[in-house]
Design a protein around this ligand. Sequence first.
Ligand code: T3D
Length: 264
Amino acid sequence: MKTFTSIRLETAGAVATLTLARPDTLNAFTDAMHREIAEALDIVETGGGARRLRALLITGAGRAFCAGQDLAQRKDAAGADLGETLQRYYSPLILRLRALEMPVVAAVNGVAAGAGMSLALAADIAIAARSAQFIAAFARIGLAPDAGATWMLPRLVGPARAAAIAMLAEPITADRAEAWGLIWRVVEDAALLTEATAIANRLAAAPTTALARMKRAFDLAHENTLAGQLELERMNQTELGDTADYREGVAAFLAKRAPRFTGR
Ligand code: T3D
C-alpha cells in the first residue's frame, strides 16, 4: 500500500482505513493533505488492486478527528477566493464520499470542527467517542458552513437545530450529537476503534451494491418527488434483482443458512 505523509491508508480484509495524520494541528486539512486523500480515494475506488475493498473507515490520529481547514495556510489570505479551495478540494471530496460505491464509516475519535465536522457528517454511519465534540467552527472565523454542512445539518437534525449549531458554533457533545441524530452512536473512548472496525467489517460483508444504491437513494430523496423516488426504487430493484448477492440472499434464506455476499 502506498505511503503518504499527512494521512495513512491501511487495508485489512475488505476494509480500507483512512487516518488523517497531522495530529499536531488536530489533523487540519492542508492542500497537500487534500491531494493525498484524493489519491487514497483513487485506490479505494478501484478496490486496492487484487483485493476488492467494500467499506471505508475514516478516523483521525491523536486526540482529534479533524479541525477543518489549516488556518496557518490562511495567514495571508486577505482577499483570497476561498471558494476556489472549496471547488478544488472540499466539494469534490464530499461528492466522492457520497458517490463511493461502498459504505463509509466515520470513527470520530475527538473534536470534529469546521470542515472536519462536515467530513464526519458525510459518512454513511458516524460513531463517536464519548469525549468527542462537534463544532461548526466556521462562524467563529467569519465564514459560513461548507463542505456540505449546510446540506447535511438541516437534514440530520432539522432546521432549528441546524441554525443554532451553525450560528452559535458551540461545541456539541457526542451524547447530544447522538440524541439529536447527528450521528449513529456514541461509544466509550477506548472502544471506538474496535466498535467502528466491527461495523466496517460487517458492512464489508454486506451486499455492497445494495448499500451503494441505498446511499444514493437516501441522498436523492431530499430533492425527489415521491413518484420520482418510487421510480428510483424500481430502477434499483431491477439492477439489484440481477446480482449474485440477491441470488445468494434468497438461496441462503431458503436453505436456512447465513448468506455469503460477495458484493457482486
Ligand atoms: O479556507 C478555506 O479554504 C475555506 C474552507 C474552510 C473550511 C473550514 O474548516 S473553516 C474552519 C476552520 N477550523 C477552525 O476554525 C477550527 C480551529 N480550531 C479550533 O477552534 C480549536 O483548535 C478546536 C476547538 C478545534 C480544539 O481546541 P483545543 O483547545 O482542544 O486545541 P488547540 O489548543 O486550539 O489546538 C491544538 C493545536 O492544534 C494548536 O497548535 P499548537 O498551539 O499546539 O502549536 C492549534 O493551533 C492547532 N490547530 C487546531 N486547529 C487548527 C490548528 N492549526 C491550524 N488549523 C486549524 N484549523
